[in-house]
Design a protein around this ligand. Structure first.
Ligand code: C2E
Ligand code: MG
Ligand code: MG
Length: 335
């Protein structure tokens, strides 16, 4: 059965060129086996549950199992409760330090969302961001994150932590027909908190560029005029074309951690990553490498000219107070 499904996926997956832009078509398939005594509607419902998971994985075929019901229930709880999460102050930003390789110090951080759910405990953004996007709750959530990040930067400045650059992740939805609102919101948040626009970095994932590139390019140029820094996140995981990179006024490319997971053993990975860093530099941009966990990985990436390193080797994402403590404990290495 899954053989069939894979063949269907292979046929459906294709590329189409529209107005000189390349689009990638994918499909998702949910499969369920009918059992004795079950109605057709019940079997279709099971297939729908499998399809729901296939869509999350993208471009895959998934066979229904009973365990999926539990996952689905968790998802519906989250979907229902996410609406009140902002109001109930259940969202929190963690901060992961980013290490400057050349200056030998921490001078950047990434703001990463956490949801402290009263029953489910701390929920990862990998789980709830897709739900927030599906329900469009990502719009008010992104605004909350942006305002919170700007306020945190202002607080840090007041504590004497100056020159720190803080990254915020943006969803593709903040760009889709809402570019003007996003630009206005970023401008207002900077003005209200009085921070230096260059201390705010906005990240968008490579896969988000597939949604509406023309609109994204336009909004990126408007954001650039405000003076914020712009980064392409998870580089190396999607179908980025160098054409987009030419058009987007980027400052930073963030190499995804999947590119370096085997870098110590794999000469191929070494070649790919060192070449990517060379290209990034040739484009006049800086390279951040994500997911660095060992000294050996760090040594190689330093040799290849990575400008910044983000990973558990330096620190996991930390709650705000712990971040400040970490920052102070790094005295001498902080620039
Ligand atoms: P991201 O923006 O690529 O963030 C980096 C992720 O890698 C974080 O996961 C971080 O904890 C993890 N990471 C960093 N260093 C290491 C390492 O050395 N090893 C391993 N195994 N992991 C490492 P996290 O916090 O779970 O966030 C996952 C993703 O959720 C983020 O990926 C980002 O795409 C999304 N996200 C987080 N916060 C927000 C937000 O405020 N808005 C939006 N739209 N997306 C967000
Ligand atoms: Mg990011
Ligand atoms: Mg990333």
């Amino acid at each position: 059965m899954q053989e069939y499904a894979r063949e269907v996926l292979r046929i459906m997956t294709s590329q189409v060129m529209v107005s000189k832009r390349l689009f990638f078509l994918t499909a998702s398939i949910g499969i369920a086996m009918g059992t004795a005594g079950e109605t057709l509607d019940q079997t279709i419902e099971k297939a729908d549950t499998a399809l729901y998971l296939a869509k999350k994985e993208r471009n895959s075929a998934v066979l229904y199992t009973q365990e999926m019901e539990k996952a689905r229930t968790r998802d519906s709880i989250m979907e229902e409760d996410l609406r009140s999460a902002l109001e109930n102050r259940e969202l929190e930003l963690y901060y992961q330090p980013i290490y400057d390789v050349r200056q030998n110090c921490i001078n950047q951080a990434e703001a990463l969302l956490r949801w402290n759910h009263p029953e489910l405990g701390q929920v990862s953004p990998m789980e709830f961001i897709p739900i927030a996007e599906r329900t469009r709750l990502i719009i008010p959530i992104t605004e909350w994150v942006l305002r919170e990040a700007c306020q945190k930067l202002a607080q840090w400045n007041a504590l004497g932590i100056n020159g720190m650059i803080l990254s915020v992740n943006l969803s593709f939805m903040s760009f889709e027909n809402r570019g003007d609102e996003l630009t206005a919101f970023v401008k207002d948040s900077i003005q209200e908190t009085g921070i230096d626009p260059a201390s705010l970095k906005l990240e968008i994932t490579e896969s988000a560029l597939m949604h509406d590139t023309d609109e994204t390019v336009k909004v990126f140029h408007e954001l650039k005029c405000i003076g914020v820094k712009l980064a392409l996140d998870d580089f190396g995981t999607g179908y980025s074309s160098f054409e987009y990179m030419k058009e987007l006024p980027l400052d930073i490319m963030k190499l995804d951690r999947s590119l370096i997971s085997e870098i110590i053993m794999s000469e191929k990975e070494q070649m790919i990553v060192s070449t990517m860093i060379t290209i990034i530099h040739a484009l006049g941009l800086e390279a951040v490498v994500e997911g660095v966990e060992t000294e050996a990985q760090y040594a190689l990436l330093k040799k290849y000219g990575a400008d910044y390193i983000q990973g558990f080797l330096f620190s996991k994402p930390l709650p705000a107070e712990d971040f400040v403590e970490y920052f102070h404990s790094m005295k001498g290495q902080v620039c």
